[in-house]
Design a protein around this ligand. Sequence first.
Ligand SMILES: NC(=O)c1ccc[n+]([C@@H]2O[C@H](COP(=O)([O-])OP(=O)(O)OC[C@H]3O[C@@H](n4cnc5c(N)ncnc54)[C@H](OP(=O)(O)O)[C@@H]3O)[C@@H](O)[C@H]2O)c1
Length: 270
Amino acid sequence: MTDKIAIIGFGNIAKAIITPLLDKNLIQPENVYCVVNSEKSLENIKKNYKYNINAYKSSSKDSKIIWDCQVKLLSVKPQHLEYISEADNMSNKDNFLVSILAGVSINRLTQKFPNHKCVRVVTNIPIIIGKGLTGIAWGENLTRDQKQFTKKLFENTSKIYEFTEDYLDIFLALTSSGPAIIALIIEALSDGGLSGGLPKILSEELIMEMILGTISLIKENQITPSEVKNLVTSPGGTTISALRVLENKSIRSALIESIVSASNRSKEFN
Ligand SMILES: NC(=O)c1ccc[n+]([C@@H]2O[C@H](COP(=O)([O-])OP(=O)(O)OC[C@H]3O[C@@H](n4cnc5c(N)ncnc54)[C@H](OP(=O)(O)O)[C@@H]3O)[C@@H](O)[C@H]2O)c1
């Protein structure tokens, strides 16, 4: 795929992106250069990471080597971006940086890394099991190879959507924050089962199977969510009784506002 790749911030998401590429031999461990902030994370990578990659602490002199790699994956938390700056004398001409930072705009990236062409990517946690969703917004003047490379980084672990940048904040709200919202719904519904006397583990299992079954029904029968609702809601029955409670508590509005709020928060990082 590439000779060398530098990874600035080798946390959960960076590992989920890079490990499958190492597993598939698409990149070699000796060509991966990563930098982390703490001694603890450095030791953890050296002792426990399944590949023997080059790893450095950000405060070490040796870590400057990452700026010699033409290709970089930026994966620190957005609030740590201010502590990263590109090297003074960049020798490479085709420097290229892929950022997965929530909300950080291409404009801000190119100001921060003036000697790089930049791509802004939003991905989500299910990439860990190869079921992610990845949205990509291209910066200016990227070569065909650089675009191909970016897609290769994510195509093993996710479905890829190419967007203009203005879609990325709402894409992030739905797909990146979405797993936490769904997890909260699973937790709450399973507490409902618990309240009705079911053991917690059974209650959780039933909720998850029910959700998977509902999604399959919608997809396989090509029907809408409203049609499913109508299918199971009979006059004066149990389901309309449950839905009435949810409508009374403004659940639709709460869910809509949760997505709008996540998107607005992402815009604040721009
Ligand atoms: N979590 C998600 O669901 C998700 C989904 C999509 C995108 N993202 C984005 O992915 C990015 C990373 O998230 P994550 O969940 O992987 O975070 P994480 O696990 O906390 O990883 C962050 C990494 O950045 C390192 N770091 C911190 N300061 C640094 C510095 N000055 N120089 C070099 N490395 C530094 C940390 O090192 P130490 O461990 O030593 O501090 C750690 O390795 C975030 O920007 C987030 O917006 C996250």
